[in-house]
Design a protein. Structure first.
Lengths: 122, 462
């Protein structure tokens, strides 16, 4: 599966690459990383056909995750990529807004990778 | 006959007086006999007129009058009237002696008739004079009695009124006491509500920061948790590689683990710094003025406000500028309170510039808007060159305060923020802290559409 991870924290790349090292080695998943909403849109304009899942943080400088979500859902209708938002625990406001904007799923920070992997299998 | 008019008048005068006196002072059963005595006098007078036999009636008159006087004189109950009786006594006796002498010794009477007449006249004058003076005394006494009665009545009325007034005063006092107690209770309730509100405002400003901070802490926590877990897995893998004799691979994994540990340490320290910032804000306020470096305080809270807002909303961005007068040094203030005021003013300023930024439409083509918040410190000097005042200004280039709201911004519960976003207590509490606790001034300079500048002016004691 081709996954785009969007987060302004640079260490997120090292974390995902280590957490999914087996899957990457066995070529089950392929990861791309964007460190801002703008980066993510630039990447998608080139690669939206192969990107199947987008994992995005919400609080980011510049374009927020919610704005990114809105734009993705407007631009890429066919085929629509699955967008999973990473929200802070208990942040009902962002959760509801993201849901309204069409987010497909949610995971909370700190990310539980076992749980995330279970989700990816389905 | 002409002589008999006098006994009639005398007897009537005496009996009516006595009757009057008895009527008022008692004994009550004496009233009637004296009443009959009046009739008896009139009867005597009439019978004398009809019978034409004045000699017998004359003697009856004498006996009657003497008996009446003697009887009255002896009565204890009539002692107060002895003065009255004395008025009649000489006349009654002399007129009796007059007639007696005339009857027994007409010759003697004839030769001394002038003396007898004079004596009778004198005693008559005496009687009239005494009666007249007694009458006057009596009238004066009666008048005095009436005045005394009126006075008594007045006093009684006053006494009644006094009792009424006292009751009224008691009632009013009770009412006032009750009202006073009610007011005291109300005041106490208000005071406790006020302190609760102040506490909740403190919690609200703390809450604003904690919300952001809690949000922010999720990121380092995410890395600490996940890098430590993944490192544990990597160690297992490294053991396997070592057992298989793949030294090269094992060394690579060891490098990864080391990098991970560095990341864990880095993010742990990041979390630590966030928590410390929060604790600083909530630390106990002892209300004591201490020498405080105003520039350092302004800088600390400027950063705290900025990072608090950034933590909550990363899209938030504003240019922070400081212009500190390095010559200010330390000023005696309650650092935590002034810090809160600065924090409040900066948070408001950031809110104002964010509002302005959000209100600019996407098709706007004019000069680009740069949200800017500036903190300025300055001082004024006495003619002797000592610092008399220190100013801390927070300036923004937001939309400014609408003229209609300007008068109300320091009032409790007034807020221009949408409901749920502000308590409306921030500026009113800031105002209290600056003016009441520090004897300073909180001034606002405002240009609608161009921004606002709040200035804390603190007096410096030399």
């Amino acid at each position: 599966m081709n996954i785009l991870v969007v987060d302004d924290e640079r260490d997120i790349q090292a974390l995902f690459e280590q957490r999914f090292r087996k899957e990457i080695r066995e070529k089950n998943h392929e990861f791309a990383f964007a460190f801002s909403g703008e980066d993510a849109l630039a990447y998608l304009s080139q690669n939206h056909n192969k990107t199947e899942l987008i994992l995005s943080d919400i609080n980011m400088p510049g374009m927020t995750g919610l704005e990114l979500l809105k734009q993705i859902k407007q631009k890429y209708i066919n085929p629509p990529p699955v967008v999973m938002m990473i929200t802070a625990y208990g942040d009902a406001e962002n959760f509801n807004t993201a849901k309204q904007l069409g987010a497909d799923d949610f995971i909370t920070k700190p990310v539980d990778f076992t749980y995330l992997k279970e989700k990816l299998k389905i | 006959m002409s002589v008999s008019v006098v006994p009639l008048v005398v007897s009537l005068a005496l009996t009516t007086r006595i009757r009057k006196y008895v009527k008022v002072n008692g004994p009550a059963n004496w009233e009637k006999p004296f009443y009959y005595a009046i009739f008896f006098s009139v009867f005597l007078f009439l019978s004398e007129a009809i019978l034409q036999n004045s000699d017998i009636v004359k003697w009856i008159w004498h006996i009657y009058l003497i008996a009446l006087l003697t009887f009255s004189w002896k009565q204890k109950e009539l002692q107060a009237l002895k003065g009255l009786m004395l008025a009649f006594l000489p006349f009654v006796i002399i007129s009796f002696l007059n007639d007696l002498t005339e009857g027994i010794a007409p010759g003697f009477f004839k030769s001394y008739e002038e003396y007898f007449k004079s004596a009778t006249l004198l005693s008559f004058i005496w009687m009239v004079a005494i009666l007249y003076s007694q009458n006057r005394q009596l009238k004066a006494a009666e008048k005095e009695k009436i005045i005394r009665q009126q006075e008594d009545e007045l006093n009684r009325a006053i006494a009644i009124r006094k009792v009424e007034l006292e009751a009224l005063v008691t009632e009013r006092t009770a009412e006032l006491t009750k009202q006073k107690e009610e007011l005291e209770n109300a005041l106490q309730e208000l005071q406790s509500t006020q302190s609760q509100l102040i506490q909740s405002e403190k919690m609200a400003s703390l809450g604003e920061l904690t919300a952001g901070i809690a949000h922010e802490i999720q990121n380092p926590l995410n890395f600490v948790n996940n890098f430590s877990e993944v490192s544990s897995e990597l160690i297992d893998e490294m053991k396997d590689e070592l057992a298989a004799g793949n030294w090269q691979l094992a060394a690579e994994i060891a490098n990864d683990v080391k990098q991970n540990l560095e990341k864990i340490s880095h993010h742990g320290k990041r979390a630590d710094a966030i928590v410390k910032g929060m604790l600083q804000h909530s630390r106990k306020n002892n209300g004591i003025k201490e020498p405080t470096n105003i520039n350092a305080l302004a800088d600390e809270f400027f950063r705290l406000a900025y990072h608090g807002l950034r933590a909550k909303d990363k899209s938030f961005n504003a240019t922070m500028k400081t212009d500190f007068d390095e010559g200010i040094g330390n000023v005696d203030v309650i650092a935590q309170d002034i810090g809160r005021v600065i924090l409040n003013l900066i948070t408001n300023a950031f809110y104002a510039v964010t509002e302005k930024k959000n209100s600019i439409s996407k098709d706007y083509t004019g000069p680009s808007y740069e949200p800017t918040v500036t903190v300025i410190t300055s001082k004024t000097l006495t003619p002797a060159g000592k610092i008399s005042q220190v100013m801390i200004s927070v300036k923004d280039n937001g939309n400014g305060i609408p003229q209609a709201a300007l008068d109300k911004i320091f009032q409790p519960f007034f807020t221009t923020k949408p409901s749920g976003r502000g308590t409306g207590l921030g500026l009113s509490l800031s105002y209290e802290i600056v003016t009441k606790a520090h004897g300073g001034e909180l001034r606002v300079d405002n240009k609608e559409g161009e921004g606002a500048e709040f200035t804390i002016i603190l007096p410096v004691k030399n």
